[in-house]
Design a protein around this ligand. Structure first.
Ligand SMILES: [Zn+2]
Length: 168
């Protein structure tokens, strides 16, 4: 029994080593191809354009006033806010600049100042998301009040009248 167990452990270790070396080879190919190089031109363009486009959207919002045309302004600003939030996400992942200090400042400016979302709150939540991606009960990104990702969460969220309309 001991020999079988050690053979199994040895096989698992060999498999893990093979997986590690395959990952190391893939990671090297990705690094060598340049996909991980920082794209300063792309990010500086987005970082300079973000407040300008946001200011333009707010000027249009104020200029057209109380009208149903604000639906178009709302849709445009939703896209702008989402783009800004994505750049904040990139900075929070230390993708834009080399130093953490620069990335933190950009995350603060984009998240807190331009989007109105707390960088500190989001960072704690997002760290939990990456620690347990798509794991019910651990990933806060799938604990949404309006969208259900499983039948159980759908049952929890929906009022009884709507539950009967659900597909089984
Ligand atoms: Zn992320």
């Amino acid at each position: 029994m001991g020999a079988i167990r050690s053979t199994t452990h040895a096989g698992a270790r060999a498999s893990a080593r093979r997986g590690t070396s395959e990952f190391a080879e893939l990671a090297k190919q990705i690094r060598d191809s340049g996909w991980l190089h920082r794209r300063y031109g792309y990010y500086w363009t987005k970082l300079i354009a973000a407040p300008l486009v946001l200011a333009l959207g707010l000027i249009v919002f104020i200029w057209i006033g109380d009208t149903w045309w604000q639906l178009f302004t709302a849709a445009a600003l939703a896209i702008v806010f989402t783009q800004i939030a994505f750049r904040g996400h990139d900075a929070a992942h230390r993708q834009i600049f080399v130093t953490g200090r620069w990335n933190d400042w950009i995350s603060l400016i984009l998240g807190d100042l331009l989007v109105g979302m707390s960088y500190g709150w989001w960072q704690r939540k997002h760290t939990r998301h990456h620690a347990n991606p798509n794991k019910l009960g651990s990933d806060p990104d799938i604990e949404l009040p309006v969208i259900a990702v499983t039948a159980e969460t759908a049952d929890r969220h929906l009022p009884p009248l709507l539950r009967s309309w659900q597909c089984a």
